[in-house]
Design a protein around this ligand. Structure first.
Ligand SMILES: NC(=O)c1ccc[n+]([C@@H]2O[C@H](COP(=O)([O-])OP(=O)(O)OC[C@H]3O[C@@H](n4cnc5c(N)ncnc54)[C@H](O)[C@@H]3O)[C@@H](O)[C@H]2O)c1
Length: 249
């Protein structure tokens, strides 16, 4: 039990096959009480109910600061304290540079990058007051190699921004006992691909993955668990690849 007596908030954790949901389940199995935050408020409540008593689901749009503050109040109010924040929510859009419209750009950046700032801002005062906390942020291999497979250039840009933001927060918040790290997954089998992964594409992608399989949500959940727990007590500002060797650098 790596998270006994801990409380965790995980954004984007309602979707059934998603990384956030797998993380919520793994954290709960390790003794944490979990608050599931999601744009899909009903889905968040349902997911929390399914995990059993002690967990809560809260509707939250990470791209909206007021919504993040409201969710933080609810989570801190329900648990009395929050030890762990997982900035996991994100959206993708498989388009090319010239196809990106101003609203597309804005929404992709707002959810994937600004959302990390807003939700962190909502919890930092609480973590600072307690002189402890672990924040993990979702980036992507797309940020590192200039495009994943399903994200457009705006997605790569937003996920790259997350890396800079998380590193800067790690430097600033370290003296307050708050650790901030990032994860950079490769292709993980969730619903974010919107059913667009054909068998041909899959076979082609596998050629570039030394471990010869796509990732599962649990592969990423286990890295979030490491970053959330005291196993990583001296780790901050780090970026952990979870990509089966798709990018080795
Ligand atoms: N699946 C992959 O291959 C992969 C690879 C690298 C990074 N990622 C990132 O992992 C994270 C989780 O994605 P996933 O693959 O589990 O997809 P998913 O679609 O299953 O989960 C994303 C969740 O985020 C929620 N969400 C969307 N917009 C939101 C908002 N504004 N506020 C709050 N919640 C919101 C959705 O409702 C959904 O529950 C995302 O940030 C994604 O960019 C995924």
């Amino acid at each position: 039990m790596l998270l006994a007596d801990k409380t965790a908030v995980i954004s984007g954790a309602a979707s059934a096959r998603g990384i956030g949901r797998a993380t919520a389940k793994l954290f709960a199995a390790h003794g944490a009480r979990v608050a599931i935050l999601d744009l899909d408020a009903e889905g968040a409540r349902h997911a929390a109910e399914e995990m059993g008593p002690g967990h809560i689901g809260i509707g939250c749009d990470v791209a909206d600061l007021a919504s993040c503050r409201h969710a933080a109040e609810q989570a801190i109010g329900a648990f009395g304290k929050v030890d762990i924040l997982i900035n996991n929510a994100g959206i993708s859009q498989p388009v090319k540079t010239m196809e990106i419209t101003p609203p597309d750009w804005q929404r992709i950046v707002d959810v994937n990058m600004t959302g990390v700032l807003y939700l962190s801002q909502a919890f930092i005062p609480h973590m600072r007051a307690r002189k402890q906390g672990s924040i993990a942020c979702m980036s992507s291999v797309s940020a590192q190699r200039g495009g994943g497979i399903f994200g457009g250039p705006h997605y790569s840009a937003a996920k790259a921004g997350v890396l800079g933001l998380a590193k800067a927060m790690a430097r600033e918040l370290g003296p307050d006992g708050i650790r901030v790290n990032s994860v950079t997954p490769g292709l993980i089998q969730t619903d974010i691909t919107g059913g667009k992964l054909t068998p041909e594409m899959r076979a082609e992608i596998l050629k570039g993955i030394p471990l010869n399989r796509l990732g599962d949500a649990e592969d990423v959940a286990k890295i979030y668990l490491f970053l959330a727990s005291d196993l990583s007590s001296y780790v901050t500002g780090a970026v952990i690849d979870v990509n089966g060797g798709m990018l080795i650098h």
